[in-house]
Design a protein around this ligand. Structure first.
Ligand SMILES: [Zn+2]
Length: 319
């Protein structure tokens, strides 16, 4: 697929400069160094002139509540770029009820930040953020989540230490090294003539349908995982399966593998443990949904790979 890397969270232009990860001191001392700041999973965003990363100087008081050493994200030209987690900061005005929702629309104002800088949930920004900023935030969020979830050695259970600029954890007790994980998920654009197969998870809003998706299992190719997931969830057998595009999905650490397949049958038998509903949707119904004119179908969100693939299928531009 020609524009496969045009997905949201794709196209990270930073030079990851992995050879510099072993010694952060000169990078941290560089006056051009800046950090993207995360608080409880929400990036600090500059709202002036459209959402962009609020790049913070390393001497800023905003960073005084940093919970761990900065993560070295790479170089922008020669300027070092870091990710810093300040989740220890307490926001007395935080709307905790809103923050607990799937789509947290609240904003958080740090007292040391200018008014135009807010902590904002990444999912609410996906459609507006530039690709480069989105991909940098996605990288920072995914790796910080990994540290949050993996503080202990998976081999012996001792507390492990951050190493290599945040791209590794070393165990002082048994000497094992651990590396950030990425969990591959297949997401399938299954078509039959003029229709595409869509499903709804039990926890999703009514009428919200998307492409079928599921985690890959050990020992599977992406094609085999696609066949298994679609058959398990909807009872539909697939013919040819092809890879189209992938998307880093930092909630917390997935890699969505966008696949295309032609269905060999149309009868649907759902697995009620996995999905609430599945159905075939025509191009016309989908186009009406995306124009806001189909109350029975809410379209997949802009920024998600499901929408990216559906838009290209509708436009006949999957190649
Ligand atoms: Zn260990």
């Amino acid at each position: 697929m020609k524009d496969a890397e045009a997905v949201t969270f794709g196209g990270n232009k930073l030079d990851r400069a992995a050879h510099l990860r072993g010694d952060l001191a000169p990078l941290l001392a560089d006056p051009s160094a800046r950090a993207v700041v995360m608080w409880q999973g929400k990036p600090l965003i500059d709202l002036e002139g459209g959402p962009t990363i609020a790049w913070v100087e390393l001497s800023s008081p905003i960073l005084k509540e940093a919970t761990a050493a900065p993560i070295f994200l790479g170089l922008d030209g020669t300027a070092p770029r870091f990710g810093v987690d300040v989740s220890a900061w307490e926001d007395p005005k935080a709307d905790r009820e809103e923050m607990a929702k799937f789509l947290d629309t609240s904003e958080n104002q740090h007292p040391d930040a200018p008014d135009r800088w807010k902590f904002i949930e990444l999912r609410t920004l996906m459609a507006e953020l530039g690709h480069e900023d989105g991909s940098i935030i996605a990288t920072a969020r995914a790796i910080q989540s990994w540290h949050d979830i993996h503080p202990f050695c998976a081999k012996c259970g001792a507390k492990s230490d951050v190493a290599m600029g945040g791209w590794q954890r070393d165990c002082p007790a048994c000497g094992a090294s651990h590396f950030p994980r990425t969990d591959p998920v297949i997401i399938a654009l299954v078509t039959h003539g003029n229709s595409v197969l869509m499903g709804r998870s039990p926890q999703w809003p009514e009428n919200f349908f998307s492409l079928l998706a599921g985690f890959m299992e050990p020992g599977e190719t992406v094609e085999a995982a696609t066949r298994r997931e679609v058959f398990e969830e909807a009872g539909v057998r697939l013919g040819d399966v092809q890879y189209l595009s992938s998307q880093p999905w930092p909630f917390p650490s997935s890699l969505m593998m966008g696949m295309q397949a032609e269905a060999l049958s149309t009868e649907i038998t759902i697995d009620e443990n996995e999905i609430a509903e599945a159905k075939w949707v025509t191009r016309e119904e989908l186009m009406a949904a995306q124009a806001g004119e189909n109350p029975e179908l809410l379209p997949a969100r802009k920024g998600a790979i499901a929408r990216f693939l559906i838009d290209r299928w509708l436009a006949d531009s999957l190649d």
